[in-house]
Design a binder for this molecule. Structure first.
Ligand code: FAD
Ligand code: FES
Length: 1278
């Protein structure tokens, strides 16, 4: 979907290499290199592949090929990159597993000055006392990069470059186009089923084509048109590509500016403008710097290297980042058609309407001239988006002022905005009044008042965030005002008022600081055998294959000869009766085979964890995305067209969308859940203070990089069917399919090799796809495949439950909490799925780490018309713990005490009973707290931050330390079981199978480590091929962080059985080898196959009696985070995070640290970034990476250190380890509360606005919420 970068490949152009996204017809003149083309485990990995693998930068591996190709491409262009260049290379790549640090750290070894802060030594004496491994990997083991060994450019073009000498891209580029001009080019024509693609070779040819067929669509980079065709179902029967026409690629340095051909890719524009800024006098390049500032945060390299300058202008997007800059600067556009040529200046008339320009249909944009700025002219550009990197703007602008020579008197002022109307606009009314005014406070006030009036947005304006956007227009002008004033003060000290130094912080542009990372873990004890890999940072065993593209995911399985494709047909209404389904149009699509629906189900159409769902909706739909049927065709493309051809009519019914709607309508699943202890009335009456309030925590999309996928293969005998599924739950996949088909479970085989991320999203919801695909395979008797597109996946399969809490907390003056009541409401969606268990876990975590003598928690599952929400890493725990920390922060604020002190005062101690009466044993939280406090230098930094906040008016810093305690076990006791199967072959090799799925968390690697220690054989002798229902039956889902504990113990048991059987042969031949003992056993007819089984003991909690243990044990951790917010824009920077995490005796510190960092960054997304937007009618707006922003490379803390608590063996799990998948996620709340701390500082500094100490900040703390909470003269103006 152009945005996650997983599909990145490298294209050789004659002169430079690019990571690109482009339609295949556009690839003429290019050589394509994919990840498979640069190295392989069969021959030799490329150093890029080797380094990402050995530095633990690949977990599920689905993003890895794209990341490898971005790095490889950078090295092809720049074999000697800087750290900054390396970090910038990944602006268009996303990873949902790793937390990015290991990828960057591994690749920084390619940097000119290696390390980039990696060698930062922990300055806490604590760390120096223990034996710590210096690094999770050894860079000395890495193969050197040898650029001479790479595939070469086409020799003919290499020759052309040599003739010229390499002098930089723009010169070479111009030369090439000069040269191409003389070579007769051929027109290329591709005829598709419905579209003709013509690559025009000359300008005349292009203009003739446009004259003959004005509606022909020009396509250069296809980054707009591609989306319109794929996602908005637009069809352009004739496409003309002008990408190779010399005039449209020419770059000319003229007397008034630099002129770029309209097809110039944005990456070239960026390069050429950088060159100009370096060469020309500073006063001439003000506009260029503005363009560059916009391009800095414009999409990723993949998009920039293909998207054209002309495409951006002509798309006429109301949120284009470049058009406000061009309009404000007065850029000139040359427009041509057959026989005509005109040049116009881009002004407020250029965009006459939504996505419209002045161009007539037969006209083409030839070039754009970006002007040099003049003396006395200043220019700035600003953009605010949800995420800094690769995100579209909420508001974007270009601002220019020209002064009368030698004065501070305005001659011209232009303020142009995107995001404030249906087109790019110029605030003419406001600016025209400023001519001849002086650049002073009076002008500032007048412009702000003018903008507040002129740039109006109606409350229901598309894009929402009305107050935020309006405030931004003023904030940006204020920044511009101060930036210009700063320069004028130097030039005209007499004419200008001095700038208050505390205001200077408003003018600073975002700068990346050098990163620093530390990972600390305890080395294995001295004397541990070299072969014993337990406790060592062994790389994920599939990582090399993942890095080379050899790893097979579900959709990589080659197509079967007679395979069909399935596409789901889903509801467009949140709640409605289905009145008719018309498939006649779909039937006309070539390759159409059939439409399937509830009528076709041979067994039961009822499905779901609580049997409250349908395979296909029958008469009524209860959410947008509800599956009604599916089309089956010969290809995925035809399936997409056929699905669009199914016409459904509805009779709409009232819909409930939000938690508030559900409360108002008393719409719930099940009854109220409750947990309580102590005497609440007494507690509140004894309290010195009582605070009550509400907080909302938004949902979260899993955004696994591999979307849901199933291939179902009917076997033709007795109802047998084999399914390859991307699922965390083979058992439910099997039983739901069997139930739907009406066959016994023993006919259904489910196989999973690996999945490209799950995070809970494939625990139950994968079955909605696999059951439908199985039905299609049953009906057609042919293999059927379906992999959801990202937008379908986001729409259909639900995510993390949003929560609303109403809390009341009673506490003493010293901050000691004595009474707490919290009412929790979750948005469960249209069916129950796992919502009850999720709410139960929330209630069991509502204390986070605090002892509260009198407590009552209630929980209600709101029944709404949204897709059913489901499991997501943390399973309700993070929401409940955020609520706990929320009221805790209010307790501290109300008492006027340091938050750290109040938290500490309320922490549990060893031996305490929780509110659910479980005794806390081996309670390591206090140690985590002390170590984190020390390693983060909390107290010293608190003082530094207070000083920073005193000195800076518009940037504020915040600091917060947060603990977590996470209960380990499935909430339903019987799920805490697992099985393993081990086969030993006569050559001594071992095939291991267990009940868990490999989804990036390194489970198979850990299981092999366990088996290797148990059997005392090297890991190279052990192999795991897949997880399947015919090897280990009745498996619990791979979830709840317990898979290593459960399966590890089962593997151990299976190994013990084998060892017992081998014992006589070892005794007989004590100096023999493993292979000899195995062979001897075989020859003695001893079975070399064994199962292992494990059940967690002593579980069984009752909510009725509030007794019995829900958890086997707890995982603990503490994080301290520091942030800096920009009070004017709401932007924030994660400056530093220190984590201390108890993972017991780590089975594999590299994997465990990877889990800590990955979970933390996913939590960072949850609490600060990721926002799902729905229409009031319940339709999800955020259906892809362009609108839903997960953390990117630049989102992670600049300084990031993770320390695994030492000497804390856990006697309750395999080899003294602890669960790690979910517990660290909540630690990202330290960032949320650091932001809240910084906002508090901003509000405290503003005596004009009398503000309450307590203020509401819902999660996620997005730029909008941060800006709106930083109340100031601008927020009060709008
Ligand atoms: C992942 C992603 C991120 C993005 N991020 C940003 C961002 O941060 N900021 C931003 O402003 N935009 C962003 N965009 C939008 C997009 O990059 C720009 O609009 C881009 O410049 C379009 O160029 P193109 O060559 O791909 O256009 P195409 O899709 O090829 O064409 C776009 C339109 O321009 C017309 N056109 C192209 N050339 C000419 C010409 N010479 N004469 C007349 N008409 C012409 C086409 O007919 C078509 O209507 C993003 C897009 C994607 C997919
Ligand atoms: S390893 Fe990057 S998405 Fe899984």
């Amino acid at each position: 979907r152009r945005g996650c970068g997983a599909c990145t490949v490298m294209l050789f152009q004659p002169l430079f290499c690019q990571c690109r996204l482009a339609p295949s017809a556009r690839l003429h003149h290019f050589a394509v290199t994919t990840v498979e083309g640069i190295g392989s485990t069969k021959s030799r990995l490329h150093p890029v592949q080797e380094r990402i693998s050995k530095s633990h930068g690949s977990q599920c591996g689905f993003c890895t090929p794209g990341i490898v190709m971005s790095m490889y491409t950078l090295l092809r262009n720049q074999p000697d990159p800087t750290v900054e260049e390396i970090e910038n290379a990944f602006q268009g790549n996303l990873c949902r597993c790793t937390g990015y640090r290991p990828i960057l750290q591994g690749f920084r070894t390619f940097a000119r000055v290696s390390g980039g802060g990696d060698t930062v030594s922990p300055n806490c004496s604590l760390f120096q006392q223990v034996t710590l491994s210096p690094s999770l990997f050894n860079p000395e083991e890495f193969m050197p990069l040898d650029p001479t060994q790479e595939p070469i450019f086409p020799p003919e073009l290499l020759q052309c470059i040599r003739e010229l000498g390499w002098e930089g891209g723009s010169v070479v580029r111009n030369y090439l186009f000069q040269r191409l001009k003389d070579v007769p080019q051929k027109q290329l024509r591709f005829e598709g089923e419905r579209v003709t693609w013509i690559q025009a070779s000359t300008l005349t040819e292009l203009l003739d084509l446009k004259a003959q067929c004005p509606e022909a669509k020009l396509v250069v980079g296809n980054t707009e048109i591609g989306i319109e065709m794929k996602f908005k179902n637009k069809l352009f029967p004739m496409i003309v590509c002008p990408a190779w026409i010399p005039e449209l690629n020419a770059v000319e340095h003229g007397p008034e500016g630099i002129s770029f051909g309209a097809s110039c890719p944005l990456s070239s524009v960026e390069k050429i403008l950088h060159e100009a800024v370096d060469k020309l006098p500073a006063y001439k390049t003000e506009v260029f710097k503005g363009v560059l500032e916009q391009l800095r945060w414009f999409a990723g390299i993949q998009v920039k290297s293909v998207a054209s300058l002309g495409g951006n202008i002509i798309t006429a997007s109301p949120i284009s980042d470049l058009n406000p800059v061009f309009m404000a600067s007065g850029a000139k556009l040359t427009i041509v058609s057959a026989g005509t040529r005109r040049t116009v200046q881009m002004d407020h008339t250029f965009f006459p309407g939504y996505r419209k320009t002045l161009l007539a249909p037969e006209e083409v944009l030839l070039s754009i001239e970006i002007p040099y700025s003049r003396e006395g002219e200043y220019f700035s550009a600003f953009k605010q988006a949800s995420r800094r990197e690769d995100d579209i703007a909420k508001v974007t602008c270009g601002m220019r002022v020209l002064f009368q020579p030698g004065t501070a008197q305005v001659k011209e002022l232009a303020l142009c905005y995107g995001g404030m109307a249906d087109r790019t606009i110029s605030a003419l009314k406001t600016t025209q009044k400023q001519t001849a005014n002086s650049w002073n406070e009076g002008l500032l006030q007048a412009v702000c008042a003018g903008l507040a009036e002129e740039l109006h947005l109606s409350p229901d304006a598309p894009g929402g965030m009305v107050d935020f956007r309006r405030t931004l227009t003023l904030s940006f002008f204020f920044k511009f005002y101060l930036t210009v004033l700063q320069k004028l003060v130097i030039l005209l000290p007499q004419n200008c008022a001095k700038l208050d130094p505390s205001d200077a912080s408003a003018t600073l542009l975002f700068q990346k600081d050098p990163p620093a990372n530390v990972q600390l873990f305890q080395e294995v004890p001295e004397g541990q055998s070299e072969e014993d890999m337990v406790g060592r940072p062994l790389p994920h065993l599939a990582s090399a294959m993942q890095a080379s593209g050899e790893a097979v995911y579900c959709d990589d399985i080659p197509r079967y000869e007679n395979e069909l494709s399935l596409r789901l047909v889903t509801s467009t209404k949140a709640h409605a009766k289905i009145t008719s389904i018309d498939i006649s149009e779909a039937q006309t699509v070539p390759g159409f085979v059939c439409f399937i629906s509830a009528e076709d189900v041979p067994g039961s159409n009822k499905t779901g964890i609580l049997n409250d769902e349908t395979v296909f909706a029958k008469d009524e739909v209860t959410c947008v995305g509800h599956i009604i049927g599916a089309v089956v065709t010969d290809t995925p493309e035809h399936a997409q067209r056929a699905a669009q051809g199914v016409k459904i009519t509805y009779e709409e019914l009232p819909a409930i969308i939000t938690i508030k709607d559900a409360i108002n309508n008393n719409s719930y699943h099940g009854s109220e859940l409750k947990i309580g202890k102590g005497d609440l009335t007494k507690g509140f009456s004894e309290a010195d203070n009582v605070v009550s309030g509400e907080v909302h925590i938004g949902g979260q999309e899993h955004f696994y990089l591999e979307t849901h996928c199933t291939i179902a293969v009917p076997k033709g005998e007795q109802g047998e069917m084999e399914l390859f599924v991307s699922t965390q739950n083979t058992m439910k996949t099997q039983s739901f399919v069997a139930n739907m088909l009406g066959v016994p479970a023993n006919r259904i085989l489910v196989r999973v090799k690996r999945i490209g991320g799950g995070f809970g999203g494939k625990e139950t919801r994968s079955t909605v796809v696999s059951t439908a695909v199985a039905l299609a395979a049953y009906k057609t008797g042919r293999p059927v495949r379906c992999m959801l597109d990202r937008d379908e996946d986001m729409l259909i399969t639900g995510g993390r439950h949003p929560f609303l809490a109403k809390y009341k907390v009673g506490f003493m003056k010293d901050g000691k909490v004595v009474a707490l009541k919290v009412e929790h409401y979750s948005n469960a969606g249209n069916t129950m799925d796992l919502s009850q268990s999720i709410m139960e876990r929330a209630l069991l975590h509502m204390d986070n780490c605090y002892k509260i003598p009198n407590i009552l928690g209630t929980g209600r599952l709101c029944k709404t018309n949204l897709s059913s929400n489901t499991a997501f890493r943390g399973f309700g725990g993070p929401q409940a713990m955020l609520i706990a920390e929320y009221w805790m922060s209010e307790v501290a604020l109300t008492c006027g005490l340091p938050a750290e002190e109040v938290r500490r005062k309320n922490l549990y101690k060893e031996g305490d009973l929780t509110h659910f009466n479980q005794k806390l044993e081996a309670f390591t939280l206090s140690r985590c707290w002390d170590e984190c406090l020390a390693s983060s230098q909390y107290h010293a930094r608190r003082s530094e931050i207070d000083k920073f906040n005193e000195e800076n008016c518009w940037k504020k810093r915040g600091l917060c330390i947060i603990p977590t305690k996470f209960g380990i076990s499935f909430g339903i006791p019987f799920l805490n079981q697992s099985g393993a199967l081990i086969h030993v072959y006569t050559d001594g090799s071992v095939l291991l199978t267990h009940g868990g799925m490999e989804m990036g968390q390194g489970l198979h690697t850990k299981m092999i480590q366990v088996a290797s220690r148990a059997l005392k054989i090297p890991i190279s002798k052990i192999y795991i091929s897949e997880t399947s229902t015919n090897t280990v039956p009745n498996t619990s889902p791979t979830a709840a962080s317990v898979s290593t504990d459960l399966n590890g113990q089962a593997v151990y048991e299976a190994c013990q059985t084998i060892l017992k059987r081998l014992e006589p042969f070892k005794k007989k031949n004590p100096s023999g080898t493993w292979e000899e003992w195995v062979l001897a056993a075989y020859l003695d007819a001893v079975s070399l196959s064994a199962t292992g089984f494990y059940k967690t003991p002593n579980l069984g909690y009752s909510f009725e009696t509030n007794s019995g243990n829900p958890f086997h044990y707890f995982s603990y951790g503490v994080a301290c985070s520091e942030v800096e917010i920009d009070c004017l824009t709401g932007d924030h920077k994660n400056l530093r995070t220190d984590i201390v995490m108890d993972v017991g005796s780590s089975l594999n510190p590299a994997i465990d640290i990877g889990q800590v960092e990955g979970a933390f960054v996913q939590g960072l997304g949850l609490f600060t970034l990721e926002e799902l937007h729905y229409s009031p009618e319940g339709s999800l707006h955020t259906r892809g990476p362009s609108t839903y922003k997960i953390p990117a490379f630049g989102s992670i803390p600049i300084e990031f250190s993770v320390s695994l608590l030492r000497d804390c063996p856990n006697k309750k799990a395999i080899y003294a380890s602890k669960a790690v998948g979910e517990p660290p996620l909540f630690l990202a709340a330290s960032i949320f509360f650091a932001i809240k701390d910084a906002i508090h500082a901003a509000r405290a500094k503003n005596p004009d606005c009398k503000m309450e100490k307590l203020f509401r900040l819902d999660s996620p703390a997005t730029p909008e919420k941060i800006r709106n909470a930083c109340v100031d003269q601008f927020t009060t103006l709008v």
